[in-house]
Design a protein around this ligand. Sequence first.
Ligand code: SAH
Length: 347
Amino acid sequence: MSAFSDALAARIAATGPMRLDRWMEACVAAYYARADTLGRDFTTAPEVSQVFGELIGLWAADLWQRAGARSPVILAELGPGRGTLMADAWRATRQVPGFHTAAHVHLVETSPTLIAAQTERVPHANWHEHPDDLPPGPLLLIANEFLDALPIRQFVRAADGWRERHVGHGPRGFVPVLGDPVPEGAVPDAFADAPEGAIVEDRPAARALVAALARRIANHGGAALFIDYGHPGPGLGDTLQAVANGERVDPFATPGEADLTAHVDFAALADAASPPARVHGPMAQGEFLPRLGLEERTRALARANPAQAAALHAAAARLTAPAQMGALFQVIALTAPDWPTPAGFPA
Ligand code: SAH
């Protein structure tokens, strides 16, 4: 056992089983603080192809131009990982008149290890621990695979009604256990008749984050783009998953040593954002990226680097093929009500 899991076990011994979201929050923070995680356990879209970050940078700059090219503007990213997306976005927007003068890059990151990696790729950025700390003013915000790491609560249908999932610790290590009955209203009415054993998930931290961003964007102008894997509407089922060294592992077995995520409920995000923001999507990544010019940009890069052509086309296919990242990953955007419709979304 690691020092981190010893501390969790001691905490549970002292105060009882932990609510799943508190457990997940602690595990995710411990995981990303490790030196060796990103890239070892999973690969994200900006690491698959440079075109991903380039297209998103141009998406933001195009919207900024059409909204009146206000200066200054905050160009922010939540959970930037190694900083690859922002580095590609910044390089791709060099030619957009006035954009680099107007845009100030702000990154929200809690892992000291990843801040160090981001500093190498985006040396001109400013760092913050929480999205609330971003400076005021018009905002262009990007978040890829950020929300899936935010903590979830799970409600389990037991014989006597809905109960909240907690994490206990015993001779077999950490295990999920049933906690207190949940108060009326915590589980949407649509699931009132769910069978025993059914699980409903909720992500209050993501709803609060999106609601706060929507208020800010509506007041100060701006847009936010969230890309993550999940489902377009609410559903039943346990989507908590852990990955270590590319393999699915028991989410409770090795706290802080596996990447712990759960599907994002895009309908819940849309509800949290609108009103006051305008919501665009969700749309499958496999539809969104081609609408931004994935094929054209990939072909241009391939012509300039013939030795890389096959790899570039394979990477683009990986981002869009329904059996790979094209269908499971969804894209949703929020804009101020008086901002234009962003590229990629139907007007
Ligand atoms: N966006 C990157 C990395 C995704 S991994 C990419 O696409 O490659 C998730 C990122 O979110 C990591 O950088 C992690 O350290 C960060 N993160 C996770 N939870 C966070 C939190 N509560 N606050 C700030 N950053 C967080």
